[in-house]
Design a protein around this ligand. Sequence first.
Ligand SMILES: CC(C)C[C@H](N)C(=O)O
Length: 415
Amino acid sequence: MGYHKTYLDHFLKTQNFILRGDGPLPYDHRHYIAIMAAGRHQCSYLITLQKQEFLLQRGDPEWLKGLHHIPAKLRNLNDINKILAHRPWLLNKSHIEKLTKGKDSWSLAEVVHAIVILAHFHSLSSFVFSCGLNQELDQLASAGYQFVSDSTVTTKTNSNSKTKPKDIPIVETVEVPVWKSASTPPSPTEPEVGINTLMQRMKTLSEQQQECKPEELAKRFENIETQSAEIGAVGSEPQCAPADISCYVEDASFMYIDFAKRNDLHDITTFRVQDYSWDDHGYSLVNRLYNDVGNLLDDKFRTAYNLTYYTMGSRTDVDTTRFRRAIWYYIQCLFGIRHDDYDYGEINALLERTLKAFIKSATCYPDRVTKKDYDRVLREFHYSEKVHVNLMVLESRMQAELLYALRTVNRYMTN
Ligand SMILES: CC(C)C[C@H](N)C(=O)O
């Protein structure tokens, strides 16, 4: 994230606030919830870090043995954790009701705090995998390195040096290798649409600018949604999670399914942003229920959505808005979210199949994305630009999850 300093600043402020700032949940609970969230995507990197943070907050080490060792109140979060992570459209008021009523109940403020932590760590898992970090750190771990919560990597040699209990012993800091996309170009599997073509297409789109009827726009959205269901995820189905991850996961077989193939039993329709949007609804609700966190989230979303350096690979002075919008809206389309003023036809003009497959995997099946997939995509772009795309995956996905969650909380409160 260090490539994108303005964004990083907002990211850290928010993460710091939800884990360490004012809020209804006890600190150890916050880190445990983060572990449960990362567990849904088998993100060992985040799980390891959050376990350390949990212990630093004087969390009960017994809990780290798994879900069977935690209080019922926390365990009750399992349902909304898995639904939000994989099929957020299934969330309804009965889930919120179950948490807030009866024994071991949650206050609504606590529920919202938990939801924000869950969404943050689900989406951060997407980022970790899509940048190839999980794999990299697993390899370092098996080579005998330990990584600690400030993200530096240390060797194990001196880990029992005298330190205050709250300090983490840091011994030798090892530079984490950084992959440059240009250093070892992978053998191309499929020719990619080059940057020149992409720029040409963006130009044509802005020249064409025709008014489209609402029905036509709705049809274009549905086309993209149906086509997305035909795009397979990159990578192969992951193995069963190792015991030190699966102990934090319940109902591991519950995964993403394509929105277009959802079961109509639940009578789920497209989520229309004109009816419930972040700007007009979600933002103020989350602000009200949880210490103004909406302001931090809003700044972060806005920064990620608008971030640009006017570059594409080695080209400068390029207006990249259309390309970035196509990525942002494609991600939300995977969860059945439609922005009625966006022409989804642009997605097909600007995002080719391999890029769509990468984005879909990063968003919906992050644990399948490997460094190889990362290398193969966007070959003419710089490393920092690939990270930029992954930041959009993180933020657009997080916003999608929060939109569903907050709409449900609102329904619970109003009827
Ligand atoms: C994702 C990238 C193509 C973004 C581009 N480098 C920009 O500055 O807008």
